[in-house]
Design a protein around this ligand. Structure first.
Ligand code: AMP
Ligand code: MG
Length: 414
């Protein structure tokens, strides 16, 4: 098989080089805003947050049982203490404990001096208010110490963290009600193509329904992004130029699909060159070779290919990391793992390939991946049915069933 990229005048840019170019070009959005904790999920912390209190706030019981002072422990034989009060979670024992006494205690209840040990209720015998403890009691057991999770003034959450549900819980546990986060990124996106119509319109000969805007709206559904759908713009050079110039005035990012290749109606790259700067255009990945990246003043521009699978692959591999960097979030690369490929895969040398696959794991934990079938960049069902990319290096020349391949999972749903 001959890859058309072997006919290119200039060698194509590798994905790694494109990502390096993006890392160099993109600066995190400036400024910050204060938001209520309940509105902060998925937003990016603009400053480190330190705990104003100890977590746990004070020494408390890890179990339901009986609290005692370790002085009263008899390590040689079972011993008896008198139950002289109760410490509930939220309603601590108010009295003073004397030698030879213990208190009934519940999980999360305050453990006040001199008690320092909790014996779980399953290990004691209760005889009226006489509690019989075994000789095996260990001083300090079943106790949560004040500050053992995070000490007062200790780091709660790092700067640049994209806040998760667990983070919100942790911040709330320290009594924090609002946080400083990076501003949202304003993103305008539109489709280009005379053939595109919206849902609900009659399908005239030669027309197709626009799928990319719906896909992009989904991909951009993130608390860090204000994404504005600008509709379909016809293959009209002046109209495209006016639309792009206008959008660049009000947005941090413009994303278009279609018209980025070399056809007579593909104006996107030329408009970018005329109104701003093209940083790179063609990338050695399949699908998704034509991708114009650059900027118009401070507004970053991504001109994605029109074929829906190419648009999605280039979004996930190039635009998504760029938007993460712009949002100010710290992130790792997506996880990749090795799987045994159960189907043969066709590939010609030259470009890194992102084939759509279905990843499964057997009961022994081994990973297997099968192709979704036809890999054309217009076969959107292959994208919809897949749960991972099978990533084949540029120099690879096909895969036989049973070969090991790298996969990048992106969904647990089937
Ligand atoms: P282009 O990149 O404009 O040459 O388009 C490449 C292919 O993708 C053509 O078959 C287009 O009809 C198709 N295409 C472009 N934009 C869209 C879209 N928004 N939704 C579905 N297909 C599209
Ligand atoms: Mg087009």
């Amino acid at each position: 098989m001959i890859d058309p990229c072997s006919l290119e005048a200039k060698p194509l840019l590798s994905l790694d080089d494109a990502l390096t170019g993006i890392r160099t070009a993109i600066k995190a959005v400036a400024g910050e805003e204060r938001v209520a904790l309940k509105k902060a999920l998925g937003r990016v912390l603009s400053e480190a947050v330190y705990s104003p209190i100890n977590l746990p706030t004070s020494r408390n019981s890890a179990m339901d049982g009986y609290a005692l002072s370790s002085i009263d422990i008899n390590p040689k034989q079972p011993f008896v203490l008198r139950a002289s009060g109760i410490s509930w979670a939220g309603k601590p024992f108010q009295g003073e404990l004397q030698a030879g006494q213990c208190i009934r205690i519940f999980t999360g209840a305050l453990l006040s001096a001199p008690t320092d040990t909790v014996v779980i209720q399953e290990q004691v015998k209760v005889d009226g208010d006489h509690i019989v403890f075994p000789a095996t009691v260990v001083a300090g057991e079943n106790v949560r110490e004040a500050g053992e999770d995070i000490a007062k003034c200790g780091l709660l959450i790092k700067q640049h963290k994209k806040l998760t549900a667990a983070d919100l819980g942790l911040l709330a546990s320290a009594g924090i009600v609002d946080v400083l986060v990076k501003p949202k990124i304003n993103i305008a996106f539109f489709s280009t193509g005379d053939e595109l119509i919206g849902g609900g319109q009659p399908l005239e000969p030669g027309k197709i329904y626009d799928s990319n805007r719906y896909m992009l709206a989904g991909l951009l559904a993130d608390p860090c992004y204000n994404a504005v759908d600008m509709g379909v713009i016809a293959d009209d050079r002046q109209l495209l130029e006016d639309t792009i110039k206008q959008a660049a005035k009000h947005n941090d990012v413009i994303i278009t699909t279609g018209g980025a290749s070399v056809g007579d109606a593909d104006y996107i790259k030329d408009i970018l060159a005329q109104c701003g700067e093209v940083k790179f255009w063609k990338i050695a990945i399949k699908p998704g070779k034509p991708l114009a990246f650059g900027n118009i003043g401070p507004c970053y521009f991504f001109g994605l290919p029109g074929n829906p699978v190419s648009a999605m692959v280039t979004f996930q591999q190039i635009v998504a990391p760029a938007l993460i960097q712009l949002s100010g979030a710290a992130a790792n690369k997506p996880l990749r793992l090795m799987a045994t490929c159960t189907t043969a895969l066709k590939k010609s040398r030259g470009r890194q390939d992102f084939q759509r696959g279905i990843l499964t794991q057997d009961t022994d934990g081994n990973f297997f991946v099968e192709s979704t079938g036809h890999q054309g960049s217009h076969i959107l069902s292959s994208m919809s049915r897949s749960n991972c990319y099978i990533i084949l290096p540029a120099e690879a020349n096909g895969v036989s069933a049973g070969d090991k391949v790298w996969v990048e999972p992106f969904s647990v749903f089937i």
